[in-house]
Ligand binder design. Structure first.
Ligand code: C5P
Length: 302
């Protein structure tokens, strides 16, 4: 039996994020369209002889203790399955943090998938998603990935047709990290649900239809329908992010939007050449930029 496994764990963007209700448990009901992108961490899991979970990361800002979602994922499976022994989890971090790209969630999903394979647990994707949902709202999506409609807290998933070859420019203001809980709580405390402008527009059905339509015109249609309710909280508080989005929209792109609770803003480009031009136009010392394509999976062999 193998004693180690190396996996890639992909970031996600939100092509759509609508907050539809405040929930009594403090969370929010959402309609989201999530897309895996080719910006990946590498997660190496190695069996060790002592009964411990050791997390290592090349980025010193990542906590390696039991607050790390990858640690929590390992601990959950260890508690549930006595056969799961000690392990070292080494994370090579490329996905920025506090970015709205679900980097921590992607690491946790890779750990669930990796442990299942290393210890031959035989879990189905649906069982892995049940464990993932106990750890965080975005983690079930990160187990499977691709292009997905997510509702409820974000854990009820309906796969959509794969968007292959969607070309994206991902821009992260280096100094701005945003806490997801802050963004949602501010949305609630400001009563923004009551003043939603898109309530009756059925925008989510339109973007689902655009994705399902496929073909060459799909990116153009999707670009016009991008939406994120959390921009209403984050952009007024962080004018640098609003400025970055405007700068992207001034380029020849098909649409631009903040991902999740920010601080990443992305643009859809017509092709790779155009994406490189957009990237050069917005890249500064303060803004990290990646040109990436969509992926049809989120955890795969490294
Ligand atoms: O589920 P997770 O721990 O990733 O969520 C982080 C925070 O984001 C939660 O503590 C909550 O404040 C907020 N959130 C929310 N509604 C959701 C998902 C997350 O309010 N559907």
């Amino acid at each position: 039996m193998n004693s180690r496994i190396s996996l890639k764990a992909a970031a996600k963007i939100n092509l759509y994020l609508e907050i539809t209700a405040n929930r009594p448990d403090g969370y929010h009901d959402l309609v989201m369209i999530l897309q895996s992108i080719d910006l990946c961490d590498r997660v190496d899991i190695r069996k060790i002889d002592i009964d411990a979970i050791q997390v290592l990361c090349n980025n010193p800002e990542v906590p390696c203790d039991l607050t790390n979602l990858a640690y929590k994922a390992a601990a959950l499976l260890q508690e549930t399955f006595p056969s799961v022994g000690g392990m070292e989890i080494a994370i090579d971090k490329r996905i920025p943090m506090g970015a709205g790209l679900a980097g921590g969630s992607a690491n946790a999903a890779a750990v669930l998938v990796g442990i299942d394979r290393l210890w031959d647990l035989g879990l189905t994707e649906s069982q892995l998603c049940d464990f993932a949902a106990q750890l965080g709202s975005d983690i079930p999506f990160c187990v499977g990935g691709g292009t997905t409609l997510a509702t409820g807290r974000g854990e009820i998933l309906s796969p959509l047709p794969d968007l292959t070859d969607l070309v994206l420019v991902i821009c992260k203001p280096r100094q701005i990290a945003i806490a997801t809980a802050w963004a949602y709580q501010t949305f609630r405390s400001q009563g923004l649900l009551a003043t939603s402008q898109i309530r009756d527009e059925n925008l989510s059905s339109q973007i689902v239809a655009a994705i399902a339509s496929g073909g060459e015109s799909a990116p153009t249609k999707i670009g016009r329908l991008l939406y994120n309710d959390l921009e209403r909280v984050v952009l007024p508080e962080y004018p640098e992010i609003a400025e970055l989005k405007n700068k992207l929209l001034e380029q020849e792109c098909l649409g631009a939007m903040m991902s999740g609770s920010g601080s990443t803003v992305f643009a859809i480009a017509a092709d790779l050449d155009r994406a490189q031009q957009i990237a050069e136009a917005v890249r500064t010392d303060a803004i990290d930029v990646w040109v990436v394509k969509s992926l049809t999976r989120s955890v795969f062999d490294a």
